[in-house]
Design a protein around this ligand. Structure first.
Ligand SMILES: Cc1cc2nc3c(=O)[nH]c(=O)nc-3n(C[C@H](O)[C@H](O)[C@H](O)COP(=O)(O)OP(=O)(O)OC[C@H]3O[C@@H](n4cnc5c(N)ncnc54)[C@H](O)[C@@H]3O)c2cc1C
Length: 458
């Protein structure tokens, strides 16, 4: 494989590092979070700053290289790395700057959620993001951002005030409500299609300590729990979030021993309202449906955000299938329970994240996110450390998804999708797709940024 033209000049210009297949850091640089992804990029450029990103975009475009952009490298489909591509790795661009008076935070495009939470917590603030702290803010925010604060503060994109973006032609621009408004609209849900975001400016919320944690019930009670949860969560106070899960109980000291390695169902709660009202918020839950395991209590917000980190370190095998859901019919509940009984490995799981509360009250036209009217974003994840289990994980997730899909709302949350083709991307953006395609034509007419849930230029 010959080197693209100007490689040495490109290397010399960088503040960051250019890593090639013969370099000793290559094996680490090509790895992403999902151990199932085994791709060999042509080069990885670890960008130290915006100037490096501009050089990398120009170098890739001029040499007609496939460009993959990597934020936290968490994407299940492995969209942060591609065979024979130039990978623009943003992980060194990680900084935060907090304005405590304005309650805003600027965060570098390569930060993880944990890095963001660590900084904001010192100011008693939090930005709504996702539930695993090693996830990148880049991919998560551009796809939407669902997590423990969705019902109280909306999606991550509902809290985005501005973004600095390097476009396909190498120009660096600001997108917000007044400048490049069309780009700003598209960035809020449209993924990495429109450019490389080198920094995000978010609104932060005064949240320091939550009342949070999982409650679990025996699988025999799953039908009763799901029916109750279906009615409860849509009318719960905005301060209270709870995602539903099927899981295998980890054999850890927090869980009573008699439940270790047992398949159970549960809700992972996060109440982020006034703490003196927390017990009251949980009273109807504990009264209606006494849990078999109840671990909800006071906990600092960053600890909630990283609660699952030890269970899910980088390098595991992940196979995901996803859909949005409007409701949980009795027939759908039966399908869920059938596949919950067949969970193939101890880490495999199914989650249903609520899209209600504040997130459902943001108007559909406000952002590119297509499913404000859904009640849940569901994801089925087959997970295990053993690469030999790949087929088993994929088979369980696919069969479960196929059995459930007819009860779904149609599309899926882009950040929970694998590489599933254009029709699925269109089903996900619905009415927003045509406008996104027009904006793509304006900012990236040659589809330079296509290693993503791709929106094709018109
Ligand atoms: C274990 C796990 C837990 C998760 N939990 C949640 C959750 O709670 N809530 C939720 O909403 N999602 C969740 N996700 C999904 C997550 O949002 C996506 O996987 C997301 O793509 C991760 O972003 P990343 O930057 O780490 O990914 P990467 O793999 O680095 O990138 C993913 C995509 O985003 C693009 N991209 C990334 N950064 C930038 C940038 N700065 N500028 C332009 N394009 C960029 C990339 O080009 C690529 O197409 C989870 C994923 C995993 C694996």
């Amino acid at each position: 494989m010959s080197n693209p033209t100007g490689t040495e000049q490109f290397r010399a210009k960088l503040r960051g590092e250019l890593i090639e297949p013969d370099g000793e850091k290559y094996e680490i640089a090509r790895k992403v979070y999902n151990g199932m992804i085994d791709r060999h990029p042509r080069m990885v450029v670890r960008c130290a700053d915006v100037a490096d990103v501009i050089s990398a975009v120009n170098f890739g475009r001029e040499n007609r290289l496939v460009i993959a952009v990597r934020g936290g490298g968490h994407n299940a489909a492995g969209l942060g790395v591609w065979d024979d591509a130039l990978v623009i790795d943003l992980s060194p661009i990680c900084y935060t700057h907090i304005d405590p008076e304005a309650q805003t935070v600027r965060v570098g495009g390569g930060c993880t959620l944990g890095e963001l939470d660590h900084s904001t917590h010192a100011f008693g603030l939090a930005v709504p993001t996702g539930v695993l702290s090693t996830t990148g803010i880049g991919g998560l925010a551009l796809g939407g951002g669902l997590g423990h604060l969705t019902r109280k503060c909306g999606l991550t994109i509902d809290n985005l005030l501005a973004a600095d973006v390097v476009l396909a032609d190498g120009r660096a621009v600001i997108a917000n409500q007044r400048r490049n408004e069309d780009l700003f609209w598209a960035l809020r849900g449209g993924g990495g299609n429109f450019g490389v975001v080198t920094s995000f400016l978010f609104k932060a919320h005064p949240i320091h300590t939550d009342y949070a944690g999982p409650m679990l019930w025996e699988l025999d009670r799953a039908s009763e729990v799901m029916r109750w949860y279906h009615d409860f969560i849509v009318q719960a106070p905005d301060d209270l979030n709870g995602f539903f899960a099927f899981l295998v109980v980890p054999p850890g000291p927090h869980f009573p021993e008699q439940f270790h390695n047992r398949k159970m169902c549960g809700v992972v709660w996060c109440y982020a309202g006034p703490l003196d009202s927390a017990e009251e918020a949980f009273r109807p839950i504990r009264r209606s449906l006494k849990p078999d395991v109840d671990l909800a209590g006071l906990i600092p917000h960053p600890a909630v955000q990283s609660m699952f980190d030890p269970l899910y370190p980088p390098g595991l095998q992940w196979y995901w299938k996803a859909d949005f859901f409007n409701e949980l019919s009795d027939d759908a509940i039966e399908v869920h329970i059938q596949y919950a009984r067949q969970i193939p490995t101890n880490l495999s799981t199914m989650h249903m994240y609520p899209v209600n509360g504040v997130a459902s009250r943001v108007s559909k036209a406000e952002t590119a996110w297509g499913y404000r009217d859904a009640t849940w974003a569901g994801v089925i994840a087959g997970i295990d450390p053993d690469p030999g289990k790949k087929e088993v994980l994929a088979k369980w997730a696919t069969n479960y998804w196929e059995a459930l899909h007819s009860y779904s709302a149609g599309g899926a949350y882009v950040n929970f999708m694998m590489d599933e083709g254009e029709d699925r991307v269109k089903a996900t953006y619905r009415d927003s797709y045509d406008r996104l395609a027009a904006i793509k034509s304006k900012y990236d007419p040659d589809n330079l940024f296509h290693i993503n849930q791709n929106i094709k230029p018109r």
